[in-house]
Design a protein around this ligand. Structure first.
Ligand code: MN3
Length: 199
């Protein structure tokens, strides 16, 4: 069965008041994410080894394989965006107690977590992603990946939050100001209920 673009968990205008306008969401979800799904399905159609495999299995199979770079990029971006839509909410920014305690235990404070996440997001040179992960050792950590890669592929841990730092995520709303986009994302858009549910 072909992979499909999931519906957004909110309307395309739902995040506008919180710093992500309708046009950004329409283009990002309807054009960019759709293009990754379409390209991935094209690769699967041509390669029997990929047919019937889960998205996660395809990502692991294609990781670090030069001939499968196109498969990896598009499968990774499909997975990353599925996380990204869930990692935002029109009521975002509020941190549930259980997650707050874990952030304080592992980073020292909520602000220290935000600083670490922002550092990962702003030092990712070029396109990529910033992540909050639960590492195999049981500690929370902030990491970054380039282009379509992700912690599932790199084995860095279970993803709690993922923030897209490709320019298409923020250029309409924040122009070239990626640090402002990330600060706003953490304070007003991030769905910490979703993050807490992954713990
Ligand atoms: Mn994107």
């Amino acid at each position: 069965m072909a992979f499909e673009l999931p519906a957004l968990p909110y309307s395309v205008s739902a995040l506008a008041a919180r710093g992500m306008c309708q046009e950004t969401l329409e283009l990002h979800h309807g054009k960019h994410h759709q293009a990754y799904v379409t390209a991935l399905n094209g690769f699967v159609e041509k390669d029997p080894a990929l047919q019937g495999e889960t998205l996660e299995a395809i990502i692991k199979l294609a990781h670090n394989s030069a001939p499968m770079a196109g498969v990896f990029n598009n499968a990774g971006q499909h997975w990353n965006h599925i996380i990204f839509w869930q990692a935002m909410s029109p009521g975002g920014g509020g941190i549930p107690g259980k997650l707050e305690q874990k952030l304080i235990a592992d980073f020292g404070s909520v602000q220290a977590f935000k600083d670490a996440f922002k550092a990962a997001a702003t030092t990712q040179f070029g396109s990529g992603w910033a992540w909050l992960v639960l590492t195999p050792s049981g500690k929370l950590a902030c990491t970054k990946t380039a282009n379509g890669s992700n912690p599932l592929a790199t084995g860095e841990g279970r993803v709690l939050l993922g923030c897209d730092v490709w320019e298409h995520s923020y250029y309409l709303d924040f122009r070239n100001r990626r640090p402002d986009y990330v600060t706003n994302w953490l304070d007003k858009l991030a769905n910490y209920e979703f993050a807490a549910a992954q713990l």
